[in-house]
Write a protein that binds this ligand. Structure first.
Ligand SMILES: *[C@@H]1O[C@H](CO)[C@@H](O)[C@H](O)[C@H]1NC(C)=O
Ligand SMILES: *[C@@H]1O[C@H](CO)[C@@H](O)[C@H](O)[C@H]1NC(C)=O
Length: 467
């Protein structure tokens, strides 16, 4: 048994390092007059979908003359899943807030656009397709955002061993790391994918034998991803086995683990466990913390745990984890909890998707976290998930959409498809204020399902910020 596992691991390691990664053009060409009706008549199939080509995009008015300083690029799926998925670029400036400046279509539909993020220099945006795999199309989409008002679709790719895209981190010198939560067929293990500075996939970590044994030995479904490039540590948090979200399923299989990685060698140095965590969706370093502490959200428990990546555990390995905060019964057993923390390390926010609530914590004293929101207060949001603090630290962008698999799966979270631009008050609490409604913006595509955002702040031209 051990021997069989070892040789499998060695085989996978060999495969990973020897094989080039692939990038394919759209597999099925659009045929005018055939493509359009096809999208509407093909029934949803269990797991694998008929890879219908996308229906062409109807015209949509955009304002091409606006030049705002603050810009939000939202990675969204067409509401009807038949039209092309797209990156929608909006003004976030006060005087022109919510004006649409451009739409960059990708050449495929039904990807279930998921997380996205900009490169360190803001010239590229990557967006992943959570379910692209089901239509046997590429899983990662790259945009050229060198013109920040009008990004262009650049290319797509897929990795050889892994799929089901989740979070992304920009490498300081160009390129990305991103988490692929599943294997190439949607099971465990997934991989931590790395591109070079030309945005070509060069690795799917782990690639060493110990790491491969680690991820074959215990569910590896990396969703959350955060990297401290200065202190050389990567954290990935394991969420769910992707295939268990799709029919036929006996229920979603959540994970209880966070992997601590050494950045220099891209190797897993420890696997930390949150007992009964049942889906560790996200992990974020607390900026400026002297020990590089990080917070991880355990969805099953409705709790946050704190990781000290440089303390040693009882077996002498690097990394410890302990309970930090319990959000109470209203947050336990919900489908998703994503997070962000202000740059000063003082305030942390957690979206409880099916609780329709955003938890707000003052963590300026780590030994005494203070809850700023009232757990019983009703927030004007349905299905909040992705959250990002704006570079100026004045707002939180919260996107009200998680996942609707429709007939093919068992996860269908209610949503109002709104973007919230919430104000961060002086005490760190949030005031829900302005919104952009994606449900109303794109009727010609059956609405839109926005999942994530890349935020550009060009207020200081000498030091533009991309997040
Ligand atoms: C674009 O926005 C500017 C500022 O709001 C406005 O003056 C202009 O008329 C808009 N153009 C179009 C085509 O809507
Ligand atoms: C909402 O935001 C606008 C623009 O910043 C501001 O003028 C207004 O006071 C805010 N409203 C509330 C209720 O905070």
């Amino acid at each position: 048994m051990a021997y069989a596992k070892l040789s499998l691991a060695a085989a996978i390691v060999g495969l990973a390092s020897a094989a080039p990664q692939i990038s394919l053009p759209p597999l099925i060409p659009a045929i005018p007059g055939v493509t359009e009706p096809l999208g509407g008549i093909v029934p949803p199939l269990p797991v694998l979908q008929v890879p219908t080509p996308p229906v062409d995009s109807p015209p949509h008015a955009v304002n091409t003359t606006l030049r705002p300083k603050k810009i939000g690029h939202f990675w969204a799926g067409a509401g009807d899943k038949n039209h092309k998925d797209f990156l929608a670029t909006y003004s976030l400036d006060d005087d022109t807030f919510g004006e649409l400046m451009s739409i960059a279509d990708v050449p495929s539909s039904g990807n279930e656009p998921h997380h996205s993020g900009p490169s360190a220099d803001g010239k590229y945006i990557w967006g992943g397709g959570l379910l692209s795999l089901l239509k046997t199309q590429d899983t990662g989409y790259y945009f050229d955002s060198s013109n920040p008002y009008k990004p262009k679709y650049l290319k797509s790719d897929r990795a050889l061993l892994s799929a089901i895209s989740d979070d992304v981190a920009a490498k300081p010198g160009g390129g990305f790391f991103y988490t692929y939560m599943g294997s190439a067929v949607g099971t465990s293990p997934g991989r931590l994918v790395e591109t070079d500075e030309n945005y070509n996939i060069i690795h799917q970590w782990p690639e060493d034998v110990d790491g491969t044994l680690n991820i074959l030995g215990e569910q590896f479904s990396p969703h959350g991803l955060n990297i401290d490039f200065e202190r050389g540590v990567i954290l990935t948090s394991d969420f769910v086995v992707p295939l268990s979200v799709l029919k036929p399923s006996l229920g979603v299989v959540g994970a209880n683990t966070v992997r601590v990685w050494d950045l220099a060698t891209r190797t897993i140095v420890n696997t930390l466990t949150i007992p009964n965590g049942n889906g560790i969706q996200d992990v974020k370093f607390i900026p400026g913390h002297p020990e590089a502490a990080a917070l991880a959200s355990a969805v099953g428990l409705g709790q946050v745990w704190i990781i000290y990546p440089f303390r040693t555990d009882s077996s002498g390995k690097q990394g410890t984890i302990e309970r930090f905060f319990d959000f109470g019964p209203d947050a336990a057993g919900k489908v998703a909890i994503f997070s962000d923390i202000t740059k000063d390390g003082k305030y942390a926010y957690f979206t409880v998707t099916t609780g329709n609530h955003v938890v707000q914590l003052d963590i300026s004293d780590i030994s005494n976290p203070i809850r700023l929101d009232d757990p019983k207060e009703v927030h004007p949001t349905i299905g909040p998930h992705f959250i990002k603090i704006t570079p100026d630290q004045k707002h939180a962008v919260i996107v009200d959409y998680f996942l609707q698999t429709g007939d093919i799966g068992i996860v269908n979270t209610p949503s109002d498809y709104k973007i919230h631009y919430a104000d961060i008050n002086n005490d760190g609490s949030l005031t829900f204020n302005r919104t952009i409604s994606f449900a109303e913006q794109f009727p010609e595509r059956g609405g839109a399902r926005p999942h994530s955002v890349s935020i550009f702040d060009l207020s200081n031209p000498a030091a533009p910020k991309y997040f």
